[in-house]
Write a protein that binds this ligand. Sequence first.
Ligand SMILES: [Zn+2]
Length: 284
Amino acid sequence: MELTPGTEIVELETGVFARLHAGLTNAGIIIGDNSVLVIDSLRVPSFARDLISDVKHLTDKPIEYVIDTHSHWDHAWGNEEFPDATIVAHENARDEMLDVEWNRQWREKVVAANDPWSEEAKLVNITPPDLTFQDTMSLHFGGREIKLLYLGKAHTSGDVFIHLPAEKLLFTGDVAQDGGIPYLGDSYPIDWLDTDDRLVEVDADRFVSGHGPIGKHSALIEARDFIHELVGNVQDSIETNESTNSRSQTVYKKMEYRFSGFRGFETFAEKIEEVFERIEQQSK
Ligand SMILES: [Zn+2]
């Protein structure tokens, strides 16, 4: 049995793994004494089944917990494949997963993209978490402490960070990547500033993001700086009443000097308008 093509499992500490999926969504795997904890259930049921099969390369223990870093389809639409596990997420992520209109729009988008998983996305039974929390929660699992942190709204309203304090390790979902631009269309840009300021204070040397490679703490700082510069530049444009025709381009040009090497920078200019819209909506 081979690992799922395109995936790689990296052991970060004894029993703690990042399952990286090139160009797609990463997951985390933590092996406890009697069971396994998985971080993110991935995009559609077949992807979740691939993840389950990759876990079996590491251990025969059953998967007892699934933590959804947030509600987005590519992280949580595999939940239905874990009927015997407790699915954990932030309470706001649960609300998003129960929001019929939110899910209808996402499903439409994913189906319309005509990707290899689009057909399957039509049939996903979106499965909200069983266990939610508000601020923080600690899980004592496999002799280690696993902290679930909520630091405020950011990429969505319910982003969870999974922190292993003793190992100085962090799973960041889509809030921070190592040199990559996150999806901004559901974001809370103003709140994201403070959330990122709290995030960089968490004691971690390395982090696993929902997309891209494993990062060091310096990449968390860069990800924080990216959001601060983006929001600052967008706010400057709003204050000076810059025309909607040129404002995204202005922001893009201002950020090129530092962030042009980020994954996704080539299509970043077209995504900036969403940030204007989110800030304008949220400041009404
Ligand atoms: Zn996301």
